[in-house]
Design a protein. Structure first.
Length: 194
């Protein structure tokens, strides 16, 4: 993709400075298999809108809340030693993707995420509580694939007026049929149209 900066494997503070100096005006960044004590170096990227962290290890992700231009955050297989509480401070985020996160995934309050429109979880096998999504006032689209949820666990989101699109896949045909019935009953769409 034109304009995307991709960083892979070992990553040192010297490279943080090079990224800020050379790519400070880029909008899309991907970090693959990198280790970060802090993400504070990202605050030098004044135009960053889209950030992907894939199989990365992060001790302190709190600097993400300072990235006022950040609209899309994609976390795939990341390990955050301080937990996922930092998500509650990302009031600027419009799209949040959580993929392949190991262990229990308990989300913090998302009450302050008024800009959040899209929320997707894939491959987080121990994710089962969507109640915090009730608090995200502008949420329009949610998707859950390969999680621990049942169709009834999504009722709180079916009842949420701002949500227009709900997609999920379940283990059995019966569960998928119940989900399809809820789509009709609550007048929701499964996918966003073209």
């Amino acid at each position: 993709m034109k304009g995307k900066v991709v960083v892979e494997d070992k990553f040192a503070s010297l490279e943080e400075e090079v990224i800020k100096a050379k790519y400070g005006s880029k909008r899309v960044f991907e970090f693959w298999r990198t280790n970060h004590a802090s993400l504070s170096f990202l605050t030098g990227l004044s135009d960053i809108e889209d950030l992907s962290l894939i199989n990365a290890k992060i001790e302190d992700p709190s600097a993400l809340s300072c990235l006022t231009t950040l609209k899309r955050l994609f976390l795939n297989g990341v390990k955050v030693s301080s937990g996922f509480g930092f998500l509650s401070g990302l009031s600027q985020i419009e799209e949040l993707y959580l993929l392949n996160l190991k262990g229990e995934l308990a989300l913090p309050s998302l009450k302050g995420l008024d800009s959040l429109k899209t929320f997707r979880v894939w491959g987080c096998k121990r994710f089962s509580d969507v109640s915090v999504l009730e608090e995200a006032q502008g949420l329009e689209e949610v998707e859950f694939v390969d999680t621990a949820m049942e169709p009834d666990d999504l009722l709180v989101l079916f009842e949420k007026a701002s949500i227009k699109y709900i997609n999920s896949q379940f283990r059995t045909k019966k569960q998928n049929d119940v989900f399809s019935e809820y789509l009709v009953k609550f007048n929701k769409n499964q996918y966003r149209g073209p």
